[in-house]
Ligand binder design. Structure first.
Ligand SMILES: Cc1cc2nc3c(=O)[nH]c(=O)nc-3n(C[C@H](O)[C@H](O)[C@H](O)COP(=O)(O)O)c2cc1C
Length: 210
């Protein structure tokens, strides 16, 4: 199959959405936890989390902040500045998926989807107890992407929780050991199997390829 730009534009809407959402390959599966000013906890699945830099330690994710439907995650981050990013493991992909349903603001996705909010002393936003790798962030900057009305939300890491058995001495995190799942498109979940580690690649240190 070969689609040109014109073919893509002429595809039926849902098919186009599915193809274009899948074509970038495996995306990270994360639940973003947030809280409003009244203390109502919120959690929703996001596949667009991306590393932006290590010093300062920055992560971004893409959100569509406005439109016909309210975006609780966006509103809560704007109100409190704090949020959490929690890896979905292969053991609770179904629960994680259903957090994407459009629940009313006063309904807790935690409760509806069988997930457990967990709090760190002194940090407002809820973590997801069922996750093994969890990150607490402070919102720093929102960069509007004018092309499609989305927003790149940038946060700085305040807390990082990683199981000891998944963390190597050099800092590498083994996602297979942590049972972290991956996402394709908007509804397919994958298990991750680590293939290998390779050293920093230098032009004069190439191995034999065979
Ligand atoms: C697999 C999957 C990945 C998603 N990734 C994103 C994303 O990266 N950005 C986004 O704005 N919405 C994403 N969504 C949609 C949100 O989960 C959905 O809009 C949710 O209702 C938002 O909840 P909130 O209103 O509590 O913020 C995704 C949905 C699914 C099923």
């Amino acid at each position: 199959m070969h689609y040109t730009k014109k073919d893509i534009e002429e595809l039926e809407r849902v098919k186009r959405l599915n193809i274009i959402n899948s074509i970038s390959g495996i995306k990270p599966a994360n639940l973003i936890g947030s809280v409003d000013n009244k203390g109502n906890a919120n959690v929703a699945i996001f596949s667009s989390v991306v590393h932006l830099g290590s010093s300062p330690a920055l992560l971004g994710f893409v959100i569509r902040p406005t439109g016909e439907v309210p975006r609780n995650t966006y509103d809560n981050i704007m109100a409190t500045d704090k949020y959490t990013i929690n890896h979905v493991t292969d053991g609770f992909t179904k629960k994680a998926h259903y957090t994407s349903a459009k629940f009313d603001k006063d309904v807790s996705e935690f409760e509806k989807c069988g997930l457990t909010p967990e709090y760190l002393e002194g940090f407002k936003a809820p973590f997801v107890k069922e996750s093994k790798i969890k990150i607490g962030l402070t919102f720093k900057e929102g960069i509007p992407i004018k092309l499609n009305g989305t927003m790149l939300m940038i946060g700085e890491i305040e807390h990082l929780i990683v199981p000891d058995e998944a963390l190597a001495k050099n800092g590498y995190i083994n996602l297979s050991t942590a049972s972290t799942a991956g996402i394709s498109g908007l509804n397919s979940y994958y298990q991750l199997n680590k293939i290998d580690d390779y050293p920093y690649a230098r032009p004069h240190e190439l191995p034999e390829f065979n």
